[in-house]
Ligand binder design. Sequence first.
Ligand code: BMP
Length: 394
Amino acid sequence: MSTTPHWSLKQSFAERVESSSHPLTSYLFRLMEVKQSNLCLSADVEHARELLALADQVGPSIVVLKTHYDLITGWDYQPHTGTGAKLAALARKHGFLIFEDRKFVDIGSTVQKQYTAGTACVIEWAHITNADIHAGEAMVSAMAQAAQKWRERVPYEVKTSVSVGTPGADQFADEEAEDRVEELRKIVPRENGTSREKDTDGRKGSIVSVTTVTQTYEPADSPRLAKTISEGDETVFPGIEEAPLERGLLILAQMSSKGCLMDGKYTWECVKAARKNKDFVMGYVAQQNLNGITKQDLAPAYDDHESAAEEEAQADNFIHMTPGCKLPPPGEEAPQGDGLGQQYNTPDNLVNIKGTDIAIVGRGIITASDPPAEAERYRRKAWKAYQDRRERLA
Ligand code: BMP
């Protein structure tokens, strides 16, 4: 492996905007600078209302919200009024992108349908999704083709009305979800752009508020998705325009789980697939930075009869997102695993040392007593790690 760090590791996110080959990546880099955040929340909660509540509370601290729609009870699949549409409204309000961690893997024809149709219609509400490409590179180009067709089919503007109210406990399906809402009620949300520390002045925390969505369709001069949020919740995140409509893919190149079978050969195939599909692939979910990497680095003995991709290595500007991120408990140096194979690293280790761009945190935030305050703590740590990386490599 080259001993010279790849240029993308040294540059600021702002500097990487221009050389990004994907409009959503450029947008995300800009958003990261505006929010001074390189944090993704993995919102693996039980109930859809809990998910929306959490997204509303933690939204100010994050730039990406990662979902697993298939582990959420009560997910409303209505394409234009359901949980996906509500999340999209919250994404506009707080300025974050939605990443459905679906890990698509199948033949091209099947993934096209899974991505753009079926119950979840992932493409409608998720700016970003990911793929495990064990099925081969063809599934990436098939998804790219489906995304392009979808993009061409969005010539109208969807107007969304979100009527805002306090969710009552009776809206939650089970007692645990009720408890969770009670917890969230105690949390004081951060004012837009200001300190996110929990207030100590006894001010009553406002309550997350996502209830009903209604939408109408109108022809649009410029193609935009749902954007008008009415009835008291009209805020669209200031400081940056809404996200572009282009959809993006992250290739799952490496995993955080113990004993993961994704070897260097597989990861090298991911790198080649990314370089071949730059219009659609934003980057990777990986445990190390793969920009500039060569076959020699990953799988020297693998004879893939292709060396051309190595020449493109220098031009790489893919974004990296890394799960398996947790801060150690007070007094300890390293975070513990979860006993089920998950392996954790600190934000500093992932962003500063291993060179990822976005730290993905799930239980580290969602099981905390005060998720918004904890998200803010992670945001500060991950951003500091990014600043330290630049300083270290300058
Ligand atoms: P947690 O921080 O609670 O361990 O959650 C990690 C999240 O990231 C989970 O949603 C998991 O599915 C996902 N994930 C992971 O942990 N490791 C990977 O390599 C890839 C993932 O998508």
